[in-house]
Design a protein around this ligand. Structure first.
Ligand code: HEM
Length: 435
């Protein structure tokens, strides 16, 4: 398979690219060995499904249920990969970065065999010890103190937005609330001076759709790469950022020699690729959950401090990132199943978050549920480093809704959007009535 002439991007299935090396990390030792797509491992049931087909992605709950039902692991011949949808095994795989590496890509493309569409993320797509160095910098940039100083602005912006939406009454909560809020507050918090909502949203979609196979979704998203990627790269340069944002802290690490200038730019890019589409999706899904569950919404109105709980329960129930992959670094075992070296495993977080073996009445939206162990932010070394940011953003919006809105009604049927990794709404027409 050849590079897409429009974008120069290569896609899953591209012949082995032996010379590929991540710019700032030595290759993982296993990357040096030859590759054979894994054959169906003994004892693991075969399931002839395309998990990336539009009809699957638009009926994720059915796919999740059948995946869990068929076994702890299944083999999917179409892509010669394994998939895992039960809570216990998904957690085990995600928790062990030594056996299940991220440096061969957290999407379907195995970086050992195909060049990634862009230089890999220096945090998400690397393993320790390289990972620890970059992770430390982002943990510092997103510290509790940095977030505390944002709270007032987040709250003020949320109140203003909800007042404007109440004036409109009926609106589409995807573009007008879920997309608008994070793209207003987050790039500013990073320190971006130029904000182009469309490009930021498209860049997020590109990053996550690129985690799938060479399907229409991936091709359509990447068709914008030639225009959007240079713009994003430019916005992440030191000279383009205000020094007091998260980006400033990242570049300060370059000044002290902890990371290079080039790495700093790439880490700021990671914030933009991982921090916008995810929060947009979480917020949109939260409004959907509240519109579907009026008793829970009244519970939230009675006690707006439940805003955080409403967001966490939304994440468990709807898993904004439905799948991330890992690759087996060597022959290993999960439960009773032998997993061969080089196996790519689709870890279906959305299925694990609804596993009835782990959750009581998993399909019920319950603001009082003890759900801190949901996997929507991942778990282990790579657990979402920006989760506190998405929580304070969502808390600001949902608590403003709780105080100002008396009812949320669907004004037309909501539409879900197929995504290779993201489970988001395309449109959510609602009516807000004032309190
Ligand atoms: C609802 C919102 C969010 C969801 C559902 C989400 C989900 C996730 C998940 C599942 C992972 C683990 C990936 C893996 O193990 O392979 C992750 C990692 C990550 N997230 Fe988030 N995320 C959200 C918001 C954010 C925000 C706001 C930021 C930036 C401020 C962010 C930045 C990152 C980064 C940089 C990583 C990589 C961490 C590492 O590899 O050590 N995320 N996220």
């Amino acid at each position: 398979m050849e590079a897409d002439p429009a974008t120069g991007v290569t896609v899953a299935g591209t012949p082995v690219n032996e010379s590929y090396q991540c710019p700032s990390q030595p290759m993982h030792p296993t990357l040096l060995e030859g590759h054979i797509p894994i054959a169906p491992p003994e004892g693991i049931p075969l399931w002839d499904i395309d998990p990336y087909a539009e009809e699957t992605l638009l009926r994720l709950e059915e796919y999740y249920a059948e995946l869990r039902e068929r076994g702890a692991l299944v083999y999917i011949p179409r892509y010669a990969v394994l998939a895992c949808g039960r809570y216990r095994e998904t957690r085990e795989i995600f928790s062990d970065w030594k056996r299940f590496v991220s440096s061969r890509g957290v999407g379907l493309t195995d970086f050992k065999h195909a060049e990634p569409w862009r230089p890999p993320s220096l945090i998400l797509e690397v393993d320790p010890p390289y990972h620890d160095r970059t992770r430390r910098v982002l943990v510092r940039a997103l510290s509790a103190r940095a977030l505390e100083s944002l709270k007032e602005t987040l709250q003020r912006t949320a109140e203003k937005l909800i007042d404007e939406l109440l004036e409109k009454g009926t609106f589409d909560a995807v573009p007008e609330l879920a997309e608008l809020y994070p793209t207003t507050v987050f790039p500013a918090a990073v320190g971006l001076q130029e904000v182009d909502t469309r490009r930021l949203v498209d860049y997020g979609a590109m990053t996550f759709n690129a985690l799938g196979p060479d399907n229409e979704l991936r091709r359509q998203s990447l068709a914008r790469a030639a225009e959007v990627v240079p713009w994003i790269t430019e916005q992440c340069r030191r000279e383009r950022l205000r020094s007091e944002g998260f980006g400033g802290v990242v570049y300060a690490a370059a000044d002290s020699g902890e990371i290079t200038e080039e790495e700093a730019g790439m880490l700021v890019r990671s914030l933009l690729s991982a921090g916008i589409d995810t929060t947009i999706t979480g917020l949109g899904n939260a409004v959907w959950c509240l519109a579907q569950n009026p008793e829970s919404f009244q519970q939230l109105r009675a006690d707006p401090s439940l805003a955080r709980a409403a967001f966490e329960e939304t994440l468990r129930l709807t898993s904004p990132v439905h799948t991330f992959c890992r690759t087996a670094a060597g022959d290993t075992q999960v439960g009773e199943h032998a997993i061969p070296q080089d196996a790519k495993i689709l870890c279906v977080l959305g299925a694990a978050n609804l596993d009835p073996e782990h959750w009581t009445e998993p399909a019920r939206f319950d603001l009082t549920r003890k759900n801190r162990d949901h996997l929507a932010f991942g778990v282990g070394t790579h657990a979402c480093v920006g989760q506190a940011v998405s929580k304070i953003e969502s808390e600001a919006v949902l608590s403003a809704i709780a105080r100002k809105v008396s009812s949320i009604e669907l004004s037309a049927t909501p539409k879900w959007r197929a995504g290779n990794a993201i489970h988001a709404l395309e449109s959510l027409p609602v009516t807000f009535r004032g309190a």
